[in-house]
Write a new protein. Structure first.
Ligand code: EPU
Length: 420
C-alpha cells in the first residue's frame, strides 16, 4: 500500500510545469480506434487512468508505445480487431464509456462492461444511450454489460441533452463522426476537453464545427486517418497548484497552461484576496497565507468546475469567515470534508451544500482520500496543517496527477511517498 506523509507549515516557492489534461487525453486515446491507422499523441500525462486506457487498447488488439519521458504515445489501431471489453478492466474508470461509442462507430456493434469511476453518488449514462439510439443504434443491458448494435448502420440526427454532460457529448461526437449524414448536439458540454477532442478528430479527417458552444454539428465522413496531435494542458492540475499556493502561502508560478481555461479559479482566488498574476502561458500566485472566505457554486463550463470544488473546500477551511459551496453537478462530493474534520476543520453539509467555518487550526492526523480530487484537497489541508498527516488512498490520487509528490517537493513542501 502507498501512503503520502506531509509535514505541514512549509510555504511553497518556485515553478511547476503542468502536464497534459487527463480528461482530454482519455477521449482522444479511445477515439484513435476510429482512425484504423497510426496516431502520434503528444503531451499525454503519465497517470494511471491513461496507462489503463493503453492496456484496454492493447487488449483490443492495438499497438501502443508510450514514451514516459517525453509524454508521446504512438497508437496504431489498424490491427485492433475486438469490439468487446470486459467488466473487470473497464469498471476501473469512467472514461471507458467512450469505448462504447468508438467501437460502435468502427464495428457497428460494441459489448462493453459497465464503466466505473470516482463515486459521487449516482452517475447514470442515460444521455449517452439517448445519443446512440438517435444515431440508429439499439442498446441493451445484460449482466453488467452494455450492448450497442446498429444493424442498419449509423445515421446522423439531432439530440438534445437534458444537461450538458461531458461524457455524453464526447460519445456522440465520436460515434457521429463516422455516421451517415449530419448530427446536431444541442445543450452540448463546452469544456476545453470537448474542443480538444473536436480538434483531434478534425485533424484525423472528421468534420465537426461548433465545439466549445452549446450546439455542435458533426457531418459524418467515410473514414478517418491518423495524425499527430498535442493534448491541451490540464486545467484542474493547474488549478490545484494555484489553490495550494494560495492556501499554504508563498509564490508559485504555474507554467505551461492556457490562462483562459483558468478564469474561474483565478477569479475566486482574487475574490478571496490572493494575488494572482496572469501571463501568456503561466500564472503566478502569491500569498502570505491570509485570505477571505468566498462562496461558490459548481456548474458546467464556463462555470466553476466541480473538479476544483474539493481543493477550494480545503482552502476555505483556512480562510477568514464563513464560506458556502453549492455542488451543482454531482449528488455527493463532500466526503473529503469529513476527513478534514479529523484535522480540525469545521464544516456542515446539507444535501448539496456545504457551509465551512474558516480559520480552523488544522493539525496533522491519518486521513483517507476517497477520490482523486478529494486527495488533492487533503494534500492542501495537510501542507497548511501543524504536524504530520498521513494520507491513504494514494492510488486514487495517482489516477489523475502525474508525480504530485515530486512536483510539490520541488516547490519546497515536506511531502513523501512511501510504500508500506
Ligand atoms: N449525467 C446524467 N446522465 C448521463 C450523463 C451525465 O444524468 O447520461 C449527469 C451526471 O450524473 C452529473 C452530470 O450529468 O450529474 C454531469 O456529468 P458528466 O457526464 O458531465 O460527467 P462525466 O462525463 O461522467 C467528466 C469527468 C469528471 C468531471 C465531470 C464534470 C472524465 C473522464 N470525467 O465526467 O472528472 O467531474 O465530467 O465536469 O472526463 C475528475 O477528473 O476528477 C472527474 C471526476
Amino acid at each position: 500500500m502507498k501512503l503520502i506523509t506531509v509535514r505541514g507549515g512549509k510555504k511553497l516557492y518556485g515553478k511547476v510545469d503542468v502536464s497534459g489534461m487527463k480528461n482530454s487525453a482519455l477521449p482522444i486515446i479511445f477515439s484513435t480506434i476510429l482512425a484504423k491507422d497510426k496516431c502520434i499523441i503528444e503531451n499525454v500525462p503519465n497517470v494511471s487512468d491513461i496507462s489503463l486506457s493503453f492496456d484496454i487498447l492493447r487488449l483490443l488488439g492495438a499497438k501502443v508505445t508510450y514514451y514516459q519521458t517525453t509524454g508521446v504515445a504512438v497508437i496504431d489501431t489498424a490491427p485492433l480487431d475486438k469490439n468487446f471489453a470486459t467488466y473487470d478492466i473497464v469498471s476501473k474508470m469512467r472514461g471507458s464509456t467512450y469505448l462504447i461509442g468508438a467501437l460502435l462507430a468502427r464495428f457497428g456493434s460494441s459489448h462493453v462492461g459497465w464503466p466505473g469511476g470516482c463515486d459521487f453518488g449516482s452517475r447514470p449514462i442515460d444521455q449517452h444511450i439517448k445519443g446512440f439510439e438517435m444515431l440508429g443504434a439499439k442498446v441493451s443491458f445484460k449482466e453488467g454489460y452494455i450492448d450497442a448494435v446498429a444493424p442498419s448502420g449509423l445515421v446522423g440526427g439531432s439530440v438534445y441533452f437534458d444537461m450538458p454532460s461531458v461524457g455524453a457529448t464526447v460519445n456522440v461526437m465520436i460515434t457521429a463522426s463516422l455516421a451517415k449524414g449530419e448530427t446536431i448536439i444541442d445543450n452540448a458540454a463546452r469544456e476545453p476537453h470537448i474542443v480538444d477532442l473536436a480538434n483531434f478528430l478534425n485533424m484525423c479527417g472528421a468534420d465537426i464545427t461548433g465545439a466549445g458552444t452549446s450546439t455542435i454539428k458533426i457531418r459524418g465522413v467515410e473514414a478517418l486517418h491518423g495524425c499527430t496531435y498535442a493534448i491541451v494542458p490540464d486545467m484542474i492540475e493547474a488549478g490545484t497548484y494555484m489553490v495550494a499556493a494560495g492556501a499554504v502561502g508563498g509564490e508559485v508560478t504555474v507554467n505551461r497552461i492556457i490562462p483562459k481555461h483558468m478564469e474561474t479559479v483565478t477569479a475566486k482566488l482574487t475574490e478571496a484576496g490572493v494575488d494572482v498574476e496572469v501571463r501568456d502561458t503561466e500564472i503566478v500566485v502569491r500569498s502570505d497565507g491570509s485570505f477571505r472566505g468566498v462562496s461558490l457554486r459548481t456548474l458546467p463550463y464556463p462555470g466553476f468546475p466541480t473538479d476544483m470544488q474539493p481543493q477550494f473546500g480545503a482552502f476555505m477551511c483556512l480562510a477568514e469567515g464563513v464560506s458556502n459551496i453549492t455542488e451543482g453537478i454531482f449528488d455527493s462530493r463532500f466526503r473529503y470534508l469529513e476527513e478534514i474534520k479529523k484535522m480540525g476543520g469545521v464544516s456542515e453539509v446539507v444535501k448539496n451544500k456545504a457551509i465551512i467555518t474558516g480559520q480552523s487550526k488544522l493539525v496533522g492526523t491519518k486521513v483517507h482520500s476517497t477520490d482523486l480530487r478529494a486527495g488533492a484537497a487533503l494534500l492542501i489541508a495537510a501542507m497548511a496543517a501543524e504536524g504530520e498527516t498521513e494520507i491513504s488512498g494514494v492510488e486514487l490520487i495517482e489516477r489523475g496527477y502525474f508525480d504530485i509528490v515530486g512536483k510539490l517537493r520541488s516547490l519546497g513542501a515536506d511531502v513523501e511517498l512511501i510504500e508500506v
